[in-house]
Design a binder for this molecule. Structure first.
Ligand SMILES: [Zn+2]
Ligand SMILES: [Zn+2]
Length: 336
C-alpha cells in the first residue's frame, strides 16, 4: 500500500521530510482491526509530529488520528466489529487498563497510554490498524469526510466543556474560536447554554454569531454578562486572568490546550476569590468520545471542511501551517 511516512522530522516546506512510500498492508494484532481508510482529518498535532515538535516515538511513522474507514480484517481476539463495519480511529490508541487512573475511570491520565499516528502508524495511508476496544462506532448520519474532525477536535472540545462544569442553561465564554471551539459551541448551544465568544479574528467572530452565539468580542474584552463557565482554547496564558475576571462567583475556567504560554501572576481578590476555579484538560477517555459522537449526531454538529486527496497530504500540512484555509482539512483516500 502507499502511506505517508515521516522520514526525517523537519519543516514541511522542505522536500523529503514527509514522503509517500510503499509499506506492507499492516497485519492487525490479535485484538486489532485492519481498517481501509476512507478519509482522515488533518490535525495540528500531525504537523507537530511531521516537524519534530513532538519527540519521535516510532521512526518513519505514518501520521493521522482522525480516521474514518471500513473494517477490512481482524485479529482472532478483536471483538465488537464485523468486516464491512464503518469505524472511527482517534488519538487515544491504548491504555494499560490496570493503573490507579484507569481503575478509577480516568484513562486519559494513564501513564502508559499510546497514541495513533505517533506511537503507531495512523491514517495518512490506504490502510491502518486500531485495537477493537478503542475503535469508535460512527452514527450513520455523519458522512466520512465531515465525521473526521469530530474524532479529535470535537472530542477534545467536548471534554473541555465537561471540565468547565457548565450548569444547565448556563452562561459559557469561549476564548479562541478554532476547530475545537466551534464544535464545542454547537453542543453547548444545542443543550441550551448561552454562549459568548471572545477571540481576535473577525471571521471567527462572524462564524460564532452565525452559529448562534449571543455575543462575539475581542479576546481581551469583557463579555456582556458574568460567566458560569469559560474555556480557554487559545494557547495564551495572558488570557487566564482575563477569563477569571469574567467569571461569576463560583465559576469555573477550563484550559483546553496541550500547550499554554506562561500565566501571569494572579490577583487573589478579583481573579480567584469567591470560589472561582481553574482546571486543565488532558486528552480524553473513550467515554467522552462515545458521549460526544452521540450528541453530535443528535444535534447535527458539523465541521466546516476543506478536502484534499490523500496523495497530497504534504500540501494539506503546508497549507495548515500557513493558514491558507478556513475550517478543518480532510484527506480523502484517492489511492484505493
Ligand atoms: Zn488531533
Ligand atoms: Zn492506565
Amino acid at each position: 500500500m502507499r502511506a505517508w511516512s515521516v522520514a526525517v522530522p523537519g519543516p514541511v516546506e522542505a522536500e523529503g521530510g514527509l514522503r509517500l512510500v510503499e509499506k506492507p498492508v499492516p497485519e492487525p494484532g490479535d485484538d486489532e482491526l485492519l481498517v481501509h481508510v476512507r478519509a482522515c482529518g488533518v490535525c495540528r498535532t500531525d504537523l507537530h509530529v511531521a516537524e519534530g515538535d513532538l519527540p519521535v516515538r516510532r521512526p518513519g511513522v505514518t501520521p493521522g488520528h482522525e480516521v474514518v474507514g471500513v473494517v477490512a480484517g481482524r485479529g482472532a481476539g478483536a471483538e465488537g466489529f464485523e468486516i464491512g463495519d464503518r469505524v472511527g480511529v482517534a488519538w487515544l490508541r491504548r491504555t494499560d487498563g490496570t493503573c490507579a487512573y484507569c481503575s478509577r475511570g480516568d484513562e486519559n491520565l494513564c501513564p502508559a497510554s499510546r497514541y495513533t499516528g505517533w506511537d503507531a502508524d495512523g491514517g495518512y495511508a490506504e490502510y491502518t490498524t486500531v485495537p477493537a476496544a478503542f475503535a469508535h462506532r460512527l452514527p450513520a448520519a455523519l458522512a466520512h469526510a465531515t465525521a473526521t474532525p469530530l474524532l479529535c477536535a470535537g472530542i477534545i472540545g467536548y471534554r473541555a466543556l465537561h471540565r468547565a462544569a457548565l450548569p444547565p442553561g448556563g452562561r459559557l465564554g469561549l476564548y479562541g474560536f478554532g476547530g475545537s471551539a466551534h464544535l464545542c459551541a454547537q453542543v453547548a448551544l444545542a443543550e441550551g447554554a448561552t454562549v459568548h465568544v471572545l477571540t481576535r479574528g473577525a471571521a471567527a467572530r462572524q462564524l460564532a454569531l452565525d452559529l448562534g452565539a449571543t455575543s462575539a468580542r475581542d479576546a481581551y474584552d469583557m463579555p456582556p454578562e458574568p460567566l458560569d463557565s469559560a474555556i480557554l482554547f487559545a494557547p495564551v496564558g495572558d488570557l487566564v486572568p482575563v477569563a477569571l475576571r469574567a467569571l461569576d462567583r463560583g465559576g469555573t475556567l477550563a484550559v483546553a490546550g496541550i500547550h499554554l504560554s506562561d500565566i501571569p501572576s494572579l490577583r487573589y481578590e478579583t481573579e480567584l476569590f469567591y470560589e472561582k476555579q481553574i482546571r486543565s484538560v488532558t486528552s480524553n477517555t473513550r467515554g467522552d468520545a462515545r458521549e460526544f459522537l452521540a450528541l453530535a449526531a443528535r444535534h447535527g454538529v458539523h465541521a466546516t471542511t476543506h478536502t484534499y486527496p490523500l496523495s497530497r497530504a504534504d500540501e494539506a500540512l503546508r497549507d495548515l501551517k500557513a493558514g491558507r484555509f478556513d475550517g478543518a482539512a480532510v484527506l480523502v483516500n484517492d489511492l484505493s
